[in-house]
Design a protein. Structure first.
Length: 203
């Protein structure tokens, strides 16, 4: 079984640049299976360098690809330097748009504010809201940073909004309609669109 950095899922191209993540979401696809889409395994034996990611992209058929999404089996901002270098390369050399799917805890992960640099180098940011309150968030997302994580994620989203219009919040539909509507109110209150994802759709 070969580990994979680039893979496709439902006709979209994804980058798997790290398996590190400060969370342990109860619904995380990683605990259910080793891969999704075209990948054999999304478990990496090391964090790929920028050169390795670039090489993986060069060996991949990107014809008709309109967007490359940083996602995979980990939190992309856990490999922030590689994320930024790769986003620059994709924009400048491949002329393809990029999106980051993130848990929004990148400032805590990197122990500095990464929002401006992130938003300036990618075309869209999708942040997992997951829950309508910090207590449920703590139980569902199980972030290693504890109770401060929910507010940190919302602050991250609000700050992204200062640098880009292409920011969205997301929830997985397993939380139920009532909770989705509460999340929608939160998203509306900070003027960010909410995307409701199907549970079997890991993106
Ligand atoms: S943040 Fe994403 S990768 Fe991390 S545990 Fe949650 S669903 Fe899995």
């Amino acid at each position: 079984m070969s580990e994979e950095i680039v893979y496709t899922y439902k006709n979209k191209v994804y980058l798997n640049i790290t398996n590190k993540c400060p969370c342990a979401c109860t619904f995380c696809i990683r605990s259910k299976k080793d891969a999704i889409g075209s990948a054999d395994s999304l478990w990496l034996n090391h964090n790929p360098s920028f050169e390795e990611v670039k090489q993986a992209l060069e060996g991949f058929n990107l014809e008709n690809c309109e967007e490359i999404i940083f996602c995979g089996y980990g939190e992309p901002t856990n490999s922030f330097d590689v994320l930024i270098k790769t986003a620059k390369y994709i924009r400048e050399k491949l002329k393809i748009k990029t999106r980051v799917n993130t848990n929004g805890l990148g400032n805590l992960v990197n122990e500095r504010n990464i929002v401006k640099e992130l938003c300036e180098n990618v075309d869209a940011v999708s942040i997992s809201l997951n829950c309508s309150n910090k207590e449920d968030y703590l139980k569902t997302v199980r972030p290693k940073f504890g109770i401060k994580s929910y507010d940190a994620m919302l602050d991250f989203a609000k700050e992204c909004k200062e640098y880009t219009d292409n920011v969205m919040l997301s929830v997985v539909d397993v939380i139920g309609n009532e909770e989705v509507e509460k999340c929608r109110k939160i998203a509306d209150s900070i003027n960010i669109p909410l995307r409701v994802r199907k549970y079997d759709n890991s993106q």
